[in-house]
Design a binder for this molecule. Structure first.
Ligand code: CO8
Length: 259
């Protein structure tokens, strides 16, 4: 396995787990850490034994945002030239296998944005989400004004982005930012349960389903519905589709071929 300095990587059955691990800085997302996450994601993406991924942090923090000490020295020309730092970060949004963010503690700034790039968020009751960028004289730069707004709607997004106030896990649940809130001690167990369930399904069906949901963010309703219908039709070409329905009728568990 590759040697990483800012993350830990392991597998649990068919689930690939990436744990952000920069405890000195609440997992602040410096370039090295983001680069390592990209590397680990690509490795799991290419690994046929992996069907779903989990991105998590520590008990205290998912991530406290981009590394402020690293950003502090940069000029406009620097960030513009580097296209700071979208390319590396957006790796998360390109992968075809589902990624679940398991969030405990702080998910602030780029940390909240990183979680929003995942396909769903499961939160510990200790989770706190926020976009505190305005307090640093900047605005969110990795989806905090865009993905967050689509996730929680205008009023809550404006509230979070303009005040910088954190919201707790229950508020995040009510707002639709997270799919589920669980006791902090159960975070990994509950997240892995969902991840294992996904990883146990037919791979092409899961990938097609994720692709279809994501179209909802990129296109009009009628185009999205058409995309969905064709993708749905496409599943009828799979042996796994026959098997899934056959198993239901025979009252047994399906045995997916494409795993
Ligand atoms: N960057 C660098 N270091 C950090 C960060 C950070 N984001 N957050 C915490 N740290 C460091 C602190 O500097 C401190 O280091 P040291 O011990 O060397 O002084 C250590 O972590 C512990 O922090 P605190 O002493 O502050 O701990 P507290 O428990 O008092 O507070 C908080 C914890 C609430 C997490 C607090 O540290 C905090 O508010 N952190 C900053 C949160 C923040 O503003 N995040 C947004 C950053 S900006 C951003 O993310 C923009 C993203 C744009 C993406 C661009 C991509 C295109």
């Amino acid at each position: 396995a590759a040697a990483y300095e800012n993350i830990q990587v392991e597998t649990d059955g068919a689930v690939g787990i990436i744990r952000l691990d920069r405890p000195k800085a609440y997992n602040a997302l410096n370039a090295a850490l983001v680069d390592e996450v990209g590397h680990a994601l690509r490795a799991f993406e290419a690994d046929d034994t992996v069907g779903c991924m989990v991105l998590t942090g520590s008990e205290k923090a998912f991530a406290a945002g981009a590394d402020i000490k690293e950003m502090q020295e940069k000029s406009y020309a620097d960030v513009q030239r580097e296209d700071f730092i979208t390319d590396d970060w957006e790796v998360l949004t390109h992968c075809r296998k589902p990624v679940i963010a398991a969030v405990a503690g702080f998910a602030l700034g780029g940390g909240c944005e990183f979680a929003l790039m995942c396909d769903m968020i499961i939160a510990a009751d200790t989770a706190q989400f926020g976009q505190p960028e305005v307090q640093l004289g900047i605005i969110p730069g990795a989806g905090g004004t865009q993905r967050l707004t689509r996730s929680v709607g205008k009023s809550m997004a404006m509230y979070m982005c303009l005040t910088g106030d954190k919201i707790d896990a229950q508020t995040a649940l009510q707002a639709g930012l997270v799919a589920k809130v669980v006791p902090a001690d159960d975070l990994m167990e509950e997240t892995l349960k969902a991840a294992q369930k996904i990883a146990g399904l037919s791979r092409p069906v899961v990938a097609t389903c994720k692709e279809a949901v994501n179209r909802a963010y990129e296109t009009t309703l009628s185009e999205g519905v058409l995309f969905e219908r064709r993708a749905f039709h496409g599943t009828f070409a799979l042996e796994d589709r026959s098997e899934g329905m056959q198993a239901f009728i025979e009252k047994r568990k399906p045995e997916w071929k494409h795993r």
